[in-house]
Ligand binder design. Structure first.
Ligand code: HSE
Length: 437
């Protein structure tokens, strides 16, 4: 389809799983994209690490491939740079060069945005350019644009998400089959959900980067990955999952970002990633397999839920293409996307001040006065007990205690003191409980 207008010219950095899907969708949907934008999109260069790899079935001229990414982003005939390489460097250098030179950037790079988004936003402001990154969090799910635009008339109070598909697959499988973490991870690896080195997923680094990006947008405050409290899910056991079931709960690796007052009464933001029990009645509990979902609470809008595929070449390419269309339209209209909104400068609340509930399983000596002693430790740290379950084991007993909400520091101090008691044989597990009264 001819629009009569000159093409918006694209440079693609990276041609792996996501990049090759971007190329394919640009080709397959060329006519529709031209009609929607009012001008055609044209790829003028594709930077790759190595030339000569089999890319034969991609609908693109092989002469467009180059290994000189920096040279490509500096070219005068590039309007929009799409980055799907990932990592901090050299991506940061390429993108700051592009933005300062007035080129729009569309990126899926969560690690860079979470570690040093400020540099990119500053470069975008300097160059008067657009910076779009919908694909950096939760793949195909339209989530950042709603936070960045649709909810800008409202006041977001909390964001609770399942933003890592690999760990959601593992925890869903443990919940469905009773398998332990190791067995479920093995299954996830065999099916291609988990990477050969699953550290970034199972230790929560991937989710923490996404939490930082979500919190920055939700609370108009620069939040980096270093501000996020992070605890992985490798310690979740089959016994924890069974205990969660008995309580009508399931276990998820959650990212939580919430507004609230700190100990001095000042408004602040708490951002954390950790496994937690949530009631089966919570909308996030039914998010199974490798799906992602994010639950947003705002003062006027109330509760919103965003659900879909958080990874994979085609779903992620969908988010990239949406941003490309927006950036291309802006260029044709001579306008810009809303720039970074970080005016609130809210301080980050330490994890010790986050109010949560704990589920503590401990093996104790089964004799008179033990329960009273254990309860006394909770009381000393001003932690109120909600429920206690006990099951006998010869001379010993297993106690499962669930608390009411209390500052995390009080709960942590309680567990530390319990550990030091002679009558406590072991603390089998400590899990946070979220999403209920
Ligand atoms: N490894 C991530 C996940 C996808 O399992 O969800 C990319 O962020």
């Amino acid at each position: 389809m001819s629009s009569g207008k000159p093409a918006v010219r694209l440079a693609l950095l990276g041609c792996g799983t996501v990049g090759s899907e971007v190329v394919r969708l640009l080709h397959d949907q060329a006519d529709d994209l031209t009609a929607r934008i009012g001008a055609p999109l044209e790829i003028v260069g594709i930077a790759v690490r190595r030339l000569g790899r089999e890319r034969g079935n991609l609908p693109v001229d092989p002469a467009l491939f180059t290994t000189d990414a920096l040279g490509l982003v500096k070219r005068d005939d590039v309007d929009v740079v799409i980055e799907v390489v990932g990592g901090i460097e050299p991506a940061r250098s390429w993108l700051t060069e592009a933005l300062r030179g007035g080129k729009s950037v569309v990126t899926a790079n969560k690690a860079l945005l979470a570690e040093d988004g400020a540099t990119l936003h500053d470069a975008a402001a300097e160059g008067g350019a657009d910076l779009y990154y919908e694909a950096s969090v939760a793949g195909a799910i339209p989530l950042l644009r709603p936070l960045r635009e649709s909810l800008h008339g409202d006041r977001v109070t909390r964001v609770t998400g399942i933003v890592n598909g690999t760990t959601n697959f593992i925890l869903s499988s443990m919940d469905a089959t009773g398998a332990g973490f190791g067995e479920a991870l093995e299954e996830a690896t065999e099916l291609g959900y988990a990477e050969a080195d699953p550290t970034a997923d199972v230790e929560g680094f991937d989710a923490a980067a996404k939490a930082a990006i979500l919190a920055s947008l939700a609370f108009h405050t620069r939040v980096t990955a270093a501000d996020v409290f992070r605890e992985g899910m490798t310690g979740v056991t089959a016994a924890d999952v069974a205990s969660a079931k008995e309580m009508g709960c399931t276990i998820k690796l959650l990212c939580l970002a919430e507004r609230g007052a700190d100990s001095s009464g000042q408004e602040s933001v708490s951002v954390r990633v950790h496994p937690a029990m949530i009631p089966r009645s919570h909308p996030l509990a039914s998010v199974g397999d490798a799906f992602n979902a994010v639950f947003v609470e705002a003062e006027a809008a109330g509760q919103l839920m965003f659900y879909g595929r958080g990874a994979g070449g085609t779903p992620t390419a969908s988010a990239v293409l949406g941003d490309v269309v927006a950036a291309a339209r802006n260029r044709l209209a001579g306008t810009r996307a809303p720039s970074e909104s970080a005016y609130a400068h809210l301080p980050i609340r330490p994890i010790g001040e986050a109010v949560t509930r704990y589920h503590v399983s401990l093996e104790v000596a089964d004799r008179q006065g033990v329960l009273a002693t254990v309860a006394g430790v909770f009381a000393r740290h001003e932690v109120s007990i909600a429920t206690v379950r006990q099951s006998g084991r010869d001379e010993d007993a297993m106690l499962v205690i669930v608390t009411h909400g209390a500052p995390d520091a009080n709960l942590a101090a309680t567990v530390e003191d319990l550990r030091a008691l002679d009558i406590v044989r072991s603390i089998a597990s400590v899990l946070r409980v979220e999403g209920g009264a």
